[in-house]
Design a protein around this ligand. Structure first.
Ligand code: REL
Length: 796
């Protein structure tokens, strides 16, 4: 529980105390709040966050602080909020040595929070929040809010803070930033069954779409999460982001940097702007989406957006390169050489446009190239990406990053980033309903990426945002501070998160429930369960495990305080119970139990109805679909005949858990919460070294008693990918130091094997040894490549 302990210590620095102490600052006392003061010349996001803080204080105490631009004569204290170089008050405080310029100057998104005595004439003291830049200031404001007990999910998951009459903050100077990752953000994707219908019905009701009012709420959430970058929703159910003139304005007000997906170069939404509305914009039908045959038209279309972005001074990161209209391949030449040549030309032309309109050095105009799906092959085979462009490596859509930068690529000035899925539409199968990628897997993959230089930009596909709240917050916390949650500690995050979200007294139970929820989903996500086969024993154990967390979640619900019931339902109860019911529906059907299968299905229906119609008085109506894209898994499965023979159960001699192994803990570690068995053995951090000689590689061993004969040994591993081109995921297996074989579990990311692996949640490889005589033997594993994570070893 190291992390929980450090969390408590950390929070003790800034505690809320009912009685003011000398170093404390009273925000609300005797039904009176100190005012919040900021300079009107400061950035708009400062006004926005100051107002949000006033609302947060009101939510806790019932008293809304007054907002003003200068100290009020009748107040002896104030909260002063401002940005270095934009706020005269902050400038003054620096000039008079009250706060340090050096802590902020020249730093990206950095802030300090500090109690200052006699800040200005007439004020005895102030709580100062100062940022190195406007977003830094806003992050400081929301950090204070969070520490006062207001969750980032106060609106988005109804996490209401406990009421207090007085509000006092006690702190030493707090300095946070710069963040580990420069651009950190979310992709709002597959919005058709949640975000779009919900926004149309409840928020942007005038335009019946995801529009400026919805984006304002999303951007506030992002600031609360210290995120700064967005790929807006882009499916055909919604209009292009730029269609509503207000959208980019709202982004600017909230200080959010605009980006666009792997298939939307130059910030253009091709479904809406090319396919649907080209005529409206240009007075003619668009020609083919082919750069080799229709260069002029496509160029003009891109150029117009670049000009608009430059003219309106939109803070943006351009995606360069080209794919199909939507999530398809770039149309054009058939041959790979032809495609690569065309891609090179596209990128060159796009950069000329950027240069023409921005008239600044390329290093000041961030650009990304995302080798997603088939684009990775083009890149691997020679497509040229200028060195100042950030390469945004993608995962395989299932949470395992396909490849990272080689030592050569790590030298590029544009460095690299990651596009990572918490939600996904596409082959081999979607997972658009519940969110079940664990913090530990996120930490494992993103720490690995960071170690290989991916510190420039991280974007997470969060689907409709809900119910990926916890995982999204984890991802953003990690992007802010890569050291906060290393893989071996990431499993503790849930307890810390639950303590501040749902209350300390429930945190341990929530953490236990979620740990099982993630473990079970690792061997078959609820959305994939129809594709995974289990032996009768395995199915039985799985049902028991799900029913155990279901009982715990139901029991906990009875004790959660009234003001957090809504939050608990959407954050924990709905996903956990529905995951259990989805498993019951399919596994009981396989056992021929129609009644229980049908009951599970009906329960999912009932809970989804409650989510939409009853939760928080109907606030989330339209947000939750129990059958996005109507995939077969969501319907009633075929009930099998009770007599149907089940798959044979495991005949193995022994399954070895990695915690039974002996190893040097300065080189290897067991990571809790990773893999199908709930723990996996991996190297400590990602040192980058691969070994040809097993003698030098970190090893783990165990003494086993085995009968003589042919013995098959299977490694069950997390289905990660080799760290970069030219590497693999090898493990050398030795018995009694003599017989020696090397296994490789790297499957690539296109093979049938890979499909099987990501659906069932593990990769595997086997070796056969001929044991001449039975008895005690020494089994030794040498982990030759970084990124290899072994979950268990099965001996047959
Ligand atoms: O996950 C992705 O990045 C892609 O699948 C998306 O771009 C795409 O919109 C997908 O949701 C379906 O078309």
């Amino acid at each position: 529980m190291k992390s929980l302990a450090s969390f408590l210590v950390f929070y003790a620095i800034l505690t809320l105390s009912p009685q003011a102490k000398e170093e404390s600052f009273q925000i609300v006392h005797k039904s009176k709040s100190v005012p919040i003061i900021f300079d009107r010349n400061d950035a708009e996001v400062v006004a926005i966050s100051s107002n949000a803080m006033a609302e947060d204080i009101k939510l806790i105490t019932g008293i809304r602080p007054e907002i003003s631009s200068k100290p009020k004569p009748d107040a002896s204290a104030a909260i002063i909020i401002g940005t270095l170089g934009k706020s005269a008050m902050i400038g003054d405080l620096i000039d008079r040595g009250k706060i340090s310029k050096g802590l902020l100057d020249g730093k990206w998104e950095t802030f300090l929070i500090q109690i200052v005595k006699n800040p200005f004439h007439g004020l005895d003291h102030a709580l100062v929040i100062a940022g190195s830049d406007p977003r830094g200031t806003a992050f400081g404001v929301f950090e204070l809010s969070k520490r006062l007990g207001v969750s980032p999910w106060v609106y988005w998951a109804d996490v209401k803070p406990a009421k207090r009459r007085d509000l006092t903050v006690t702190l030493n100077q707090v300095v946070m930033g710069p963040p580990s990752v420069k651009y950190r953000g979310i992709f709002l994707n597959d919005e058709d069954w949640g975000l779009q219908p919900w926004a149309a019905k409840n928020i942007d009701t005038d335009i019946k779409d995801i529009g400026p009012k919805t984006y304002a709420r999303i951007f506030e959430l992002m600031l609360r999460l210290k995120a700064n970058y967005v790929w807006p929703a882009m499916h055909k159910c919604t209009k292009a982001f730029f269609y509503y003139d207000e959208n980019p304005k709202v982004a600017a007000q909230y200080g959010i940097v605009l980006g666009a997906t792997h298939c939307e170069p130059m910030l253009r939404n091709n479904v809406d702007e090319w396919q649907k509305n080209f005529f409206k914009e240009y007075g003619s039908k668009p020609g083919p989406w082919r750069y080799d045959t229709n260069e002029k038209e496509i160029k003009r279309y891109w150029n117009d957006r670049v000009k608009e972005v430059a003219d309106r001074k939109v803070d943006a990161v351009f995606t360069v390169g080209m794919r199909g209209i939507h999530d398809g391949k770039m149309p054009g030449p058939k041959s790979t050489t032809g495609k690569i040549k065309l891609m090179d030309k596209v990128i060159k032309d796009q950069r000329n446009m950027i240069a023409e309109h921005f008239k600044r050095d390329f290093s000041e105009i961030p650009q990304i190239f995302c080798p997603y799906k088939e684009v990775l092959q083009l890149y691997q085979q020679g497509a040229e990406v200028p060195e100042d462009v950030t390469i945004v490596w993608a995962d395989d859509n299932h949470g395992y990053i396909r490849q990272l930068s080689t030592p050569e690529e790590q030298k590029r000035s544009g460095r690299s980033g990651v596009y990572y899925h918490l939600s996904y539409w596409g082959p081999p199968e979607d997972y658009l309903w519940l969110s079940s990628v664990s913090p530990t897997l996120i930490s494992y993959e993103m720490n690995k990426a960071y170690a290989y230089g991916a510190d420039r930009l991280w974007v997470f596909n969060v689907g409709d945002i809900k119910p990926a709240e916890l995982e999204t917050e984890f991802a953003m916390d990690l992007a802010w501070d890569i050291e906060a949650w290393p893989p071996e500690e990431a499993a503790d995050y849930v307890e810390q998160w639950a303590a501040r979200t749902l209350g300390q007294s429930f945190a341990g139970e929530v953490a236990e429930i979620k740990a099982e929820y993630y473990r079970l989903a690792a061997s078959g996500k609820p959305e994939h369960i129809n594709l995974v086969s289990f032996s009768e024993q395995e199915a039985g154990r799985r049902l028991e495990a799900y029913q155990a967390i279901e009982r715990k979640a139901i029991d906990l619900k009875k004790r959660i305080p009234a003001h957090l019931q809504n939050a608990y339902f959407q954050l924990i109860y709905y996903p956990v119970i529905c995951a259990a019911k989805m498993n019951e529906k399919h596994l009981y059907a396989r056992m021929g139990d129609h009644g229980r299968s049908q009951d599970a299905h009906s329960e999912i229906k009932k809970l989804t109805q409650a989510y939409n119609k009853e939760l928080a008085g109907g606030k989330w109506d339209g947000m939750m679909s129990m059958n996005p894209r109507n995939r077969p898994v969501f319907g009633m499965p075929k009930i099998q005949n009770r007599e149907t023979p089940q798959e044979a159960s495991n005949t193995s001699i022994k399954t070895i858990n990695v915690s039974e192994l002996q190893f040097d803990s300065s080189k290897l570690q067991v990571i809790r919460g990773l893999g199908v068995d709930g723990e996996s053995l991996s190297r400590i951090r990602f040192d980058g070294l691969s070994y040809e000689d097993a003698g030098n590689a970190p090893t783990a061993s165990i003494r086993l008693n085995l009968p003589a004969g042919l013995r098959r040994i299977k490694l069950v591993c997390v289905p990660t990918h080799a760290i970069h081109e030219g590497r693999s995921l090898r493990c050398s297996v030795k018995i009694d130091g003599r017989q020696h074989k090397v296994l490789d579990v790297n499957s690539g990311s296109k093979s049938k094997k890979w499909t099987k692996n990501v659906i069932r949640g593990y990769s595997s490889a086997e070796v056969v040894f001929d044991l001449k005589k039975g008895g005690s033997v020494d089994l030794q594993l040498a982990l030759l490549d970084p990124g290899l994570a072994i979950s268990s070893i099965v001996v047959y």
